[in-house]
Design a protein around this ligand. Structure first.
Ligand code: PEP
Ligand code: MN
Length: 263
């Protein structure tokens, strides 16, 4: 907490990129890695637009067991190759500790713990024993206190490289996929030294809301953003409705430059 660590933590993630501090770090990429052409194409366009990191899921936590579950190990290889080509650090989700050796490869820069695993305490402890940067998403129905306690689980094991990500919470509202809690950015900033980024894609589930809420998150003090970008959103294998095109992403980045310096 701030009481023990008054100054903001700045987490360096490799390839000269850091999260926290004065500059905005924007993570962009598809929900899921689909093909080498897809991930390399998206990587190239988001890099050109000024993204700091490339995201892509290889192990997907899907609501239905019959939905696409991700390309797994092969997807991870495709993501790492695309990140190298575009010179972007990569962020990707881990679902269970038994895959940790794969994620500890030098080619993976940030390990994501998804909303559904925010209170998977054994997984938190396992990544806490490593020195990889962890992106910890807020649980679907987690309070800010519970979320910060999950970050403590990681840090208590010795790994202090934790970035928080607000991705919307469950409320009675059904118009949006989740309800983006921008007040969490302020609450976390007041209570914790950890950097916090915002994911307006999963928060809303709606492509047309992403850019405006990304800017709102920056106005609220977020240290960065995570944005789903797909070369062909209408045919995406996962989360197409909330994915923006590379052109929309480039336009968003231009508008963000008016608000804050970008990493
Ligand atoms: C994701 O980032 O791909 C994802 C599954 O997000 P969340 O865990 O926030 O639902
Ligand atoms: Mn997604």
């Amino acid at each position: 907490s701030r009481a023990f660590h008054p100054q903001d933590s700045v987490i360096s993630v490799g390839k000269g990129v850091s999260v926290g501090g004065k500059k905005l770090a924007v993570i962009a990429g598809p929900c899921s890695i689909e093909t080498p052409e897809q991930i390399e194409g998206v990587a190239k366009s988001v890099a050109a637009a000024g993204a700091a990191m490339l995201r892509g899921g290889a192990f997907k936590p899907r609501t239905s067991p019959y939905s696409f579950q991700g390309l797994k190990d092969k997807g991870l290889d495709m993501l790492c190759a695309a990140g190298k080509k575009a010179n972007l650090p990569v962020v990707t989700e881990i679902m269970s500790a038994d895959k940790l050796p794969l994620f500890l490869s030098d080619d993976v820069d940030v390990i994501q713990i998804g909303a559904r695993n925010m209170q998977n305490f054994d997984l938190l402890k396992a990544v806490g024993k490593t020195n990889k940067t962890v992106l910890l998403k807020r649980g679907l129905s987690a309070t800010i206190e519970e979320w910060l306690m999950s970050a403590e689980y990681i840090m208590a094991e010795g790994n202090h490289n934790v970035i928080l990500c607000e991705r919307g919470i469950r409320t009675f509202e059904t118009y949006t996929r989740n309800t983006l809690d921008l007040s969490a950015v302020l609450a976390v900033k007041r209570q914790s030294h950890l950097p916090i980024i915002v994911d307006p894609s999963h928060a809303t589930g709606k492509r047309w809301m992403v850019a405006d809420l990304a800017r709102a998150a920056v106005a609220a003090g977020a240290d960065g953003l995570m944005i789903e970008v797909h070369n062909d959103p209408d045919n995406a294998w996962c989360d197409g409705a909330q994915s923006i095109t590379p052109a929309m992403f480039a336009e968003l980045m231009d508008s963000l430059r008016q608000l804050a310096p970008i990493v």
